[in-house]
Design a protein around this ligand. Sequence first.
Ligand SMILES: [Zn+2]
Length: 481
Amino acid sequence: MSEAKAAPDCSADSQQDAQRKAALLEELRSAIGQTTGAPLPARDAVNQAMIRHWSDAMTDFNPCYIDPDFAAKSIHGEVVAPPAMLNAWTMAGLHPPASLQGRGVDTYAKLDAAGYTSVVATNSEHDYVRYLKLGETLHHSTKLTEVSEEKATALGTGHFVTTVTEYTNDAGEVVGAMTFRILKFRPGTGRMAASAESAAPAKPRPIRPKPGISRDTGFFWDGIAQGELRIQKCDCGALHHPPMVRCPKCGTYDLGWIVASGRGKVYSHVEPVHPKIPSFDYPLIVGLIELEEGTRLLSNVIDIEDEFVEIGMDVELAIQECNGVELPVFRPARPARREDTLHFEDVAVGDRMAPCPIPITPTLIVSTAIASRDYQDVHHDRDLAIKRGSPDIFMNILTSSGLSSRYATDWAGPEAVLKNLRIRLGVPNYPYDTMTMYGEVADKGAVTNGRGPVTLKIRGTNRMGHHLTGSIDLELPSNAA
Ligand SMILES: [Zn+2]
């Protein structure tokens, strides 16, 4: 009975609510097709200093961006800006000048006023007509193209807003475009917020067995705690691991150690699947690592999906804290940057790009945010990020684009020319995680003017899931040229 009584009030409320929402949506959608007006010039012309800052922060050392001698002999004929910097040039900066205030898309302000105050970028699609050269001034004009109905997402209820920005040079020539989609949402209304508040205290994990540390092995564990891999070495030259009491080669008890580089190769690997031991993380990859110094070490291989682990794969030391103990584990080494450029005929549909782990450090998140002139506090100020409901600072979308571009040209070579870069974001990249990039050749087109189009499918995965999924179209030189 009480239910029947309550119902009319409730439905009147929800009817009012629905009317308010419909009115807001109508108002927002009435601005579709409007632009921010005449193209606004960027604050600075394309310049080497900002490119170098970007290149350092992203560790993208493509010489076409930073080496004038190499660039002069390249397909570009001179230094060019990394294509993924497209929207970095026109960012408003930390203290937007008065002339820029009120020149943005006012849909965001209207959503703020209606309570949708939180924001997250979800899609970035760049089209590159050509690469930008030093001294060019970019101009930009943004058009609102889409406002979604209110949607319930894991982050909160909100509207997806899509804009298209066109980039022109001083002469009015179109040099690029960006389709950008963000979610404006009500903070605290999502599943993620709800589960964070109501979550039962985490069940304590069973303690992982601690390594046996003795007088003979203490130097090894002391080294790990200090971030170095110490390997026992005898004066006769023999290396031993695990450490021994006496050298089996020359018989001495007087043994020292060296600090190994931490680089090695997977000599063999195995993946225990059953029974699962609760104190370990699965999939658990056990690898016998051959160190470059010549001895072998039994360890775990992390930050890579099991099907990508290969015998002979280059790995590097990563020290992992586990139940209060620091353990030596290994992750795939970053693939070397290709110095010559792949030819169109060298690649085939289905070719895999070597996985590339990217450790997500606070330095990476902060330096790349600033290099892309993105001063949103959630990308550099941990206290404010927490206040806004995030567990920590997180990577900005320009960096996800920049790292995708780096992955493509490190694999294909410096003179691979990106035509576009489209990414969709999933879970955030928080500090102390690792994003591993995977990619493959998804398609090839027909050679024209000595260059052939190749489509890459890429994804970047961290310990929570997919951070990004996307595609890149690029052109490679053809043998026929
Ligand atoms: Zn010896």
